[in-house]
Structure formats: C-alpha cells, structure tokens
Design a protein around this ligand. Structure first.
Ligand SMILES: [Zn+2]
Ligand SMILES: [Zn+2]
Length: 269
C-alpha cells in the first residue's frame, strides 16, 4: 500500500495498492488533467529527483519550495511565532534536509491551508512534526487523504495563537482562507493568501479567479465578500502563493483598487 501523489496537482491520496486512475482535484473545472492523462508518483520517488529550496521571504517567514518545480509550483511559508510555528500552505515534498531545516527553526505547531490545491501532502508533514491541521469545513469533500489530525473549522474567522487569525474569504474555493499575521510588516500586519487573493505580475495589484489555469472569473458578489471579510484586519503586506509574489507595501489599498478594476472589467461598477 502506498500514499500516491498526483503529478499535476501534488495531492497525496489515501493509501492504495495501485496508483489512482483519476484525480478528483484535477478533474474539477478549476484544475486540469495533464496532457498524456493522469499520472502519479510517490514521495520516495520525488525525493530522488527533487529537492526543496529555503529562502526567507521576510523576518520570521521562511519560504519552502520544490526544485525543479513540481505540480502547481507553490512555496509554503513557515511563520515563526513566539507561541509556536505555523506552516501556511504546504508542498508535496518532505525530505530529511527539509525536516532538519524546519527543526532548527523550532518545528511546526500547526498547519493551515488556503484551499485544496495546496493540501498536497499535509498528513506527511503533520505526522512528522506532530502538528495539528486546520482546514475550512466548506472544503472537507476535497480532502483526499484523511487523518484525525485534521480539524475542520467553520464560520468566517478562526483564532489561532499570538493574534493569528484564519479568515474565510471564499471565492476561488468556498472554504478559501487567508491568514492574518498581526506582527507581520513590522507590526503593520500582513496577509498570507495563497491564490485566494493572488498577487499578479504587476505587484501593485492582486486578482481573484474561480480558475487560474482555465481563466474562469468570479462574480461581483464573491469580490465584495473578499473585501468585506478582510476589511476589519489591518495589513500593509500580502504574501501570495509563489516565490516573490508579494505586495510589500500599501497592500490594503492594492486589494481595494484591484477589486475596483476587476468589477469595472466585468461591468459591475
Ligand atoms: Zn491531481
Ligand atoms: Zn488554486
């Protein structure tokens, strides 16, 4: 029995004797089945031809991403906080070097994930670091590998420790979550967003989509909901889901002007 990993989205499945012939995440309209059809790998195989790169994205915020790029290509963020470290979003590859690096930074108290595209191999990470996992209950049917470590939270916000707060924004996924880090940006606050609020190439802006690879936009109600849910929280920076996809100043205004531009483009302003 093996916990196979989908090559296209990086999701690890419940243990099976043979690789799954279909991936629910990739067959959804927000992802895609790769050219050539469904393929899987294993964590062991991944460790032979890939490794992880570590780079500080900010003080107390370590980026961890896989090279060569694997699956969706996101980097996870290890947020170091006095009450314990939080792994924000996750990647499929966990190897000995990564375990050692994370241990030198104090390990992982809990893992929180923005949305199902980044569930990846959360159970491997959680088991290794004896960590709890927080996922929004609205996306529970997208969990491909079950574990008693997963705690599903409901509602619009969920408080962790040191003022860290999970905020359900919806949009890209119904359970789409961002993290508010009050100590980020030198105490001005930061949001960690995955692609629930995605930082675009022009880093003065962000955007919001139902599907990024298939270019399916969101409606006005979803955009307004994202603005309403983030409005009570002060933040000057946004750390998105990929290396250097960060808004490093005036991020709240960037979200507002990006939402206005989006609503204008879909004829709703
Ligand atoms: Zn997949
Ligand atoms: Zn996504």
């Amino acid at each position: 029995m093996e916990n196979f990993i989908c090559i296209q989205c990086g999701t690890q499945f419940d243990a099976t004797a043979t690789p799954p012939l279909r991936c629910t995440i990739c067959e959804d309209e927000r992802q895609f089945v790769r050219y050539g059809g469904q393929q899987c790998t294993t964590l062991e195989r991944l460790t032979t031809d890939h490794h992880n790169r570590f780079e500080d994205e900010a003080p107390q915020l370590l980026g961890i991403g896989t090279e060569p790029e694997f699956a969706i290509g996101q980097r996870a963020l290890l947020l170091q906080s006095p009450g314990g470290n939080l792994l924000w979003d996750c990647i499929s590859l966990l190897d000995d070097k990564t375990v050692a690096e994370v241990k030198t930074r104090g390990g992982i108290r809990a893992i929180a994930i923005s949305h199902p595209h980044f569930y990846s191999s959360i159970i491997e990470w959680a088991d290794h670091f004896d960590a709890q996992i927080f996922l929004h209950a609205a996306d529970r049917h997208w969990v491909m590998r079950k574990s008693p470590r997963i705690q599903f939270w409901e509602g619009t916000t969920f408080s962790l420790w040191d003022g860290l707060t999970l905020i359900n924004c919806g949009g890209h996924f119904e359970g789409g979550t961002v993290l508010h880090w009050p100590a980020g940006a030198n105490g001005k606050g930061a949001l960690l967003t995955g692609d629930i609020i995605t930082v675009v190439q022009d880093r003065r802006y962000v955007s919001f989509m139902r599907s990024y690879p298939n270019l399916i936009p969101l409606g006005a109600a979803a955009i307004h909901r994202i603005l309403e849910r983030t409005d009570p929280f002060p933040f000057d920076q946004i750390y998105g889901g990929w290396w250097k996809a960060n808004v490093l100043s005036d991020a709240k205004a960037a979200v507002t002007r990006s939402a206005q531009r989006y609503l204008l483009a879909i004829g709703q302003l």
